[in-house]
Design a protein around this ligand. Sequence first.
Ligand SMILES: [Fe+2]
Ligand SMILES: [Fe+2]
Length: 347
Amino acid sequence: MQQTIKVEDLRLGMYVILSTSWLKHGFLRNQFKLTSEGQLRELRRQGLTEVVVDLDKSDLADEARMAPRLLSELAYISHNDAPHAPPVDPRDQPPPTRWHPENLVSPELFEAIHDKQMAPEKKSRVVYHHSREMMERLLEAPTAENIKTGKEAIRSLSDLVLSDGDTASAMLRITAHDFYTYTHSVNVGVTSLMLAKQLFGHSDGHDMHELAAGFFLHDLGKIKVDPAIINKPARLTETEMRRMRIHPYQGYKILKEAEVMSEECRIVVLEHHELFDGSGYPRRLGGDQLHIYGRICCIADVFDALTAERSYKKAMAPFDALTLMRDKMPHHFEKNLFARFVTLFRA
Ligand SMILES: [Fe+2]
Ligand SMILES: [Fe+2]
């Protein structure tokens, strides 16, 4: 499995493949594992901006060696971590929101989605910003009316992700990693939808609007979990974990009572923490017992949890998160789905 990554994101242990002739790059071989800081400096000195890395031949990065702790705390959330976002071009800053408390969705979201002149980079920032705001308000007041209104906004947003590959890819690059549930909801919504597009893009058998709503609202049930547990800046106890683990069912129940989503898409919410080997929750289902929609959401959910900031670790780089998922969670995800997911992050 190969991936193109930026030279500044290279780490020791990664296996790089250089496309230029060995006469030009000054290394003895075109393919080698990075074992010294000197090699990293030399690659930067060459003026290279990106190189291809072979995932299968790379070692795990330091953060990835924390796997046992990470794996046990995937349900852990910290609202106290500092946001970790890439630098923003001031010209791409979203405009101030003309939001009134009675409106869930700001008009700027729809204006940006339908603006044919706006460049993908800017559009991705504006749409991402207003989508997070919308999800924040929705999670604050998840009434049936708000879920219905939010679902309409998600419908427009999903049309954009499905039809405009440049903007969708730009959104993947600018995702924030603060692990607020609303940020996580948008991140998982966009990445799950992109994977679903890869899988079902040319098939009429899937209602992508309904499916997108399931992805964006997958963590709705967290509003029923005690904020003291959600905000706890330390590892959760067994009792707290048990309480956290009811959120898929709680989200499913809220959506069922609101009657605004198909049963098939409510399953996304119910199954997004089930793992392919049957070791997930709440029902410990596995393999073919799991709906394909839930399996998609699960991969995007774990990836976003790993790339988010935690109190005990920095956000993992996408490459490291994918490597950890491949090496430390080999039975948690359906292999073909995971392989397709990795391709979303190829430059
Ligand atoms: Fe969740
Ligand atoms: Fe989640």
